[in-house]
Design a protein around this ligand. Structure first.
Ligand code: SF4
Length: 458
């Protein structure tokens, strides 16, 4: 299941200060959430280096990624032999359980038949581990699309029909490792066995090891993904996904699909927990677990209390949100819930779905401005006009925020000018609590720093 093809929405000949990273990066991220998987980028060496550099500076974890290293000859005659040699080397050096092959712009531009080449390679050597291929040229979309197309490709070649089972499929989208761990905790609180795809909560936020593990522990086993077609349902997070990877499980295996916005804010988290409770209630054994657990009610209560305490600091302040479409939409919904005015919601991706998704979350049409397929040059021009008090976005929004003297609360990807990006919790009541405190404190800090009086407590 592929997302709609991105077409440029503007006549700009080039992006200035790009607000997107490339599609194979999203693919590598998703493949990192499969157990024992080595990602292999089919195309030029520089793409792999760029992708590794971005992922390492965000997650601060080692990141081995293979490349088929196109040279001049492969660029002209095709990279069949490069691909075969890379797979052979990878099997010898890493012994992966699965290899994830994604393509770069170069391989796609020359019209490489990667699928056909892989068929030949695997027919010639049946002892190879499973190889999953996804087409990810960046002229088709950015990291957001590469991520979801990879999840769709993994499900397409792996999920099988069979006797119904009692687990829930969770497709979380490109969230942080801390978010993935918290989502697991939420699902398990309802007594539901979980199949989460992908799960890089350990592979990209693991412990310090005595010796280097080229393929880190953790991730979802391919054998478990095979059971995705037998689940009691699929919960797919992401308000702009239309239809998203979970639709193929519904179409091919009749697995009920529930789509929800990322649980950021009280309302959005309530909705996701209500879905989990409903899934739990469909299973006789889980019926008893269908009530909201007491510890979650307590977290909700503390969050509402924080809203009451802090509303006077945030209410009526203007905010710009930048990020992946689903994150930007969910964060804007949270902002509206706490009385902030999300005047601008921007993304480098192109979905045509952000405005309707924001309206579905209750934001009044016309009260906010949406920019898709945006770069930071165009975002900055709108930010100057719209005069927000705060920006929520990744580190790449920092030069703009600094130039305009607006505080930045870092969310999403990439966050490479701070440590702990993998541990930023955005989701659930707990993640919202952290975000609310940070937003209120950023506004307070800016008010103090820009005041002649400063601050004193008598
Ligand atoms: S050439 Fe394409 S795939 Fe390679 S780094 Fe650039 S955008 Fe990404």
């Amino acid at each position: 299941m592929s997302l709609p093809i991105a077409v440029p929405s503007s006549k700009r000949p080039a992006a200035t200060n790009s607000c997107r990273v490339c599609a194979p990066l999203g693919s590598v991220l998703a493949f990192r959430g499969l157990r024992g998987c080595m990602p292999l980028i089919h195309g030029s060496q520089g793409c792999a280096t760029y992708i590794r550099r971005y992922l390492i500076s965000h997650f601060r974890e080692p990141m081995d990624v293979g490349s088929t290293s196109f040279d001049e000859s492969a660029t002209i005659f095709g990279g069949q032999s490069n691909l075969a040699a890379a797979i052979k080397n990878m099997v010898r050096q890493y012994a992966p359980e699965v290899i994830g092959v994604c393509t770069t712009c170069l391989a796609e531009t020359i019209g490489e038949d990667t699928e056909g080449i892989l068929r030949e390679i695997t027919t010639e050597d049946p002892s190879l581990p499973p190889i999953i291929h996804v087409s990810t040229p960046s002229f088709k979309g950015c990291q957001y699309r590469g991520f979801h197309d990879t999840v769709a490709a993994i499900l397409k070649v792996t999920a099988k029909a069979g006797t119904p089972m009692s687990h829930l499929n969770l497709l979380p989208g490109p969230v942080s490792p801390a978010d993935l761990r918290h989502l697991r905790e939420l699902v398990e609180a309802f007594g539901l066995p979980l199949l989460m795809l992908p799960d890089y909560s350990e592979t990209l936020d693991g412990p310090s090891l005595a010796s280097y593990a080229p393929i880190p522990e953790g991730g979802t086993a391919l054998a478990d993904v095979a059971d995705a077609g037998r689940a009691i349902g699929t919960l797919q997070l992401g308000a702009t996904l239309e239809p998203g990877p979970g639709a193929s499980l519904q179409r091919d295996f009749g697995v009920p699909l529930v789509r929800a916005s990322l649980p950021i804010g009280v309302r959005a988290t309530d909705a996701v927990l209500a879905s989990l409770a409903a899934f739990a209630a469909t299973d006789a054994a889980g019926a008893a677990a269908a009530a909201i657990p007491a510890w979650l009610s307590a977290e909700r209560g503390r969050l509402v209390d924080a809203y009451v305490d802090g509303h006077k600091y945030v209410s009526g302040r203007r905010v710009a949100v930048v990020g992946d479409p689903d994150l930007a939409v969910a964060v804007a919904g949270f902002c509206a819930e706490i009385g902030l005015i999300p005047v601008l919601v921007a993304s480098g991706a192109l979905t045509h779905r952000m405005a309707p998704a924001l309206e579905a979350l209750g934001l009044a049409p016309g009260a906010f401005e949406v920019m898709e397929d945006a770069d930071y040059d165009s975002i900055q021009r709108r930010v100057i006009e719209l005069k927000p008090d705060l920006v929520l976005g990744p580190s790449k929004a920092y030069p703009m925020a600094r130039a305009l003297g607006i505080p930045l609360v870092r969310i999403g990807f990439p966050v490479h000018d701070r440590i702990g990006a993998g541990r930023i919790l955005h989701l659930g009541y707990r993640g919202t609590q952290r975000l609310f405190d940070e937003v209120a404190n950023a506004l307070l800090a800016n008010q103090q720093d820009s005041s002649e009086m400063g601050y004193a407590y008598q």
